[in-house]
Design a protein around this ligand. Structure first.
Ligand code: FAD
Length: 459
């Protein structure tokens, strides 16, 4: 093995610009570019996220002039074998802080060490990596606002000046490893964003030019294109948050302030998951273990109605159908649909979270599980458990003319204005083909509050 050859193992950093692993390998180094399709990660990803990932891999491969080696298997076996064959002692990655990613990397590291190699972690998918932002006495933050302040004080590195020509890419055809063709674009029913680094850059530029200034107000309106829709690109690292933060440096407007805040939430949830890996699947606040949730055939029927967007509550149904149609849902509507599942249907948050993770093109364990727990009341900074979203009022407030609902629920397309939020009040009842509400919100709200009593007592 020679020190001169590096293996760049791409994971959630599918780009060539602002790529700290390239800096770590050293300008001009001979390098092999690798991506491993790991069945453990591909399993829970639905077809939308897989389609997007394959598109990002194809775009990366094009940037590297066809020199991306894609293989399938358990990284703990595959990566050391390929490193051996390529004559690479150093395997460079951006650090992964998720529970699975961390354990996987430790296994890869052990195997590399045994053959005299090493795993070198440089950078992470975050502006500030989990564990770096600390309280004055070295502790970790459990509340967002002070975290955000300390996060901004900590600051982040400027983007790394890298591009595809930074390293001397080895042709993987020279190796005997069995390369996989990048899986072809399996047809998906969802209308998904264009994958890849160049598309991410374009989207960022459009957002910055047209929507950033009004983002503080615009971000809460699902009927308007007021958010960046960069989440899937951030998930796969087609663009790094550092690049976005650098692009806003010097912007003191409320839009930039608010957008920086959302990137801070992303880092905060990754930090919290790093502190408490168990919170991916259990209540962060364990007093919520005392909450009784429903199961059985009736619960399953209600869950199916929620998944399909057939609850009879228009803004909930529009959100769930947007998820099916685009592999994405507006943040405000994620909160409304999640609240409905937990507080109106009395189902456990993790059941909804699993459906989101499978369906979202931006599905991310930290943001998703903690977004859900925020709504359920069991997370950090959680919305108070006694705040129960009223789906009609939420619809009327954030989709005041009903345009969002009409876009995704064609059965309601003929109802003008905000009357679309209460179709059961129309003289003839809801239009043909659209269901009556599956529950009585006032009643379920009272049930939810009653069920929280043992949680309160357990605190
Ligand atoms: P913008 O408003 O343009 O925000 C810019 C970026 O900031 C986003 O791309 C995202 O990376 C980050 N961000 C924004 N809001 C949040 C937030 N509340 N928490 C963490 N990061 C945030 N986001 C995911 O990326 N993946 C998920 O799986 C996910 N699941 C969620 C589930 C629920 C129940 C809730 C309430 C929120 C969830 N979010 C998740 C957060 C948020 O809804 C999305 O990040 C956002 O809607 C993505 O759209 P955007 O890129 O246009 O966001």
């Amino acid at each position: 093995m020679t020190d001169a050859t590096a293996l760049i193992w791409f994971r959630r950093d599918l780009r060539v610009a602002d790529q700290p692993t390239f800096l770590a390998a050293g300008r001009g180094a001979r390098a092999l570019a690798l991506f491993v399709l790991d069945p453990r990660l591909m399993g829970p990803a639905g077809e939308a996220r897989q389609w997007f990932l394959y598109g990002c891999l194809r775009a990366l491969d094009q940037s590297l002039n066809g020199r991306l080696l894609v293989v399938e298997g358990d990284p703990a076996q595959v990566v050391p074998r390929i490193a051996r064959e390529a004559g690479a002692r150093a395997v460079h990655v951006a650090a992964d802080f998720g529970p699975y990613g961390r354990a996987r990397d430790e296994a890869v590291e052990r195997a590399l060490n045994e053959q005299g190699g090493e795993l070198i972690r440089t950078g992470s998918p975050y502006a500030v990596a989990p564990g770096r932002v600390r309280t004055a006495d070295g502790g970790r933050y459990r509340v967002f606002t002070p975290f955000r302040r300390a996060w901004a004080d900590h600051g982040w590195r400027p983007p790394a000046a890298t591009d595809a020509g930074f390293l001397d890419w080895i042709d993987p055809a020279a190796l005997t490893v069995e390369a996989l063709p990048i899986p072809s674009r399996t047809p998906v029913t969802a209308n998904l964003p264009e994958p890849g680094e160049a598309a991410a850059r374009r989207r960022w530029e459009v957002f910055r030019r047209e929507h950033l200034e009004d983002y503080a107000d615009g971000r809460d309106r699902p009927d308007r294109p007021g958010t960046s829709r960069l989440s899937a690109y951030l998930k796969f690292g087609c663009v790094h948050p550092r690049t976005l933060l650098a692009g806003m440096a010097g912007s003191s407007g409320s839009g930039a302030h608010s957008f920086r805040g959302e990137l801070a939430w992303r880092d905060f949830y990754a930090d919290v998951l790093d502190q408490r890996p168990d919170s991916a699947h259990r209540n962060y606040d364990r007093s919520f273990d005392a909450l009784v949730t429903d199961s059985g055939p009736d619960a399953d029927r209600l869950f199916a109605a929620w998944q399909e967007g057939r609850t009879g509550f228009p803004v909930v149904d529009a959100g769930m159908r947007q998820l099916l149609a685009e592999g994405w849902m507006h943040n405000r509507v994620r909160m409304i649909t999640a609240s409905f599942l937990v507080k109106d249907l009395h189902l456990p948050w993790w059941r909804g979270a699993r459906h989101f993770m499978r369906s979202l093109v931006d599905g991310d364990l930290a943001s998703n599980q903690h977004g859900w727990q925020w709504v359920a009341g069991s997370g950090t900074d959680a919305a108070p458990y006694f705040r129960v979203f009223n789906p009609v009022l939420q619809g009327e407030r954030f989709d005041p003319d009903g345009d969002y609902v009409r876009t995704y629920v064609p059965e309601l397309a003929g109802i003008a204005g905000k009357a679309v939020h209460q179709p059961w009040k129309l003289p003839g009842g809801p239009p043909r083909g659209y269901p009556a509400p599956v529950v009585d919100h006032r009643h379920e709200r009272a049930v939810a509050l009653e069920r929280y009593e043992p949680v309160r007592a357990a605190r």
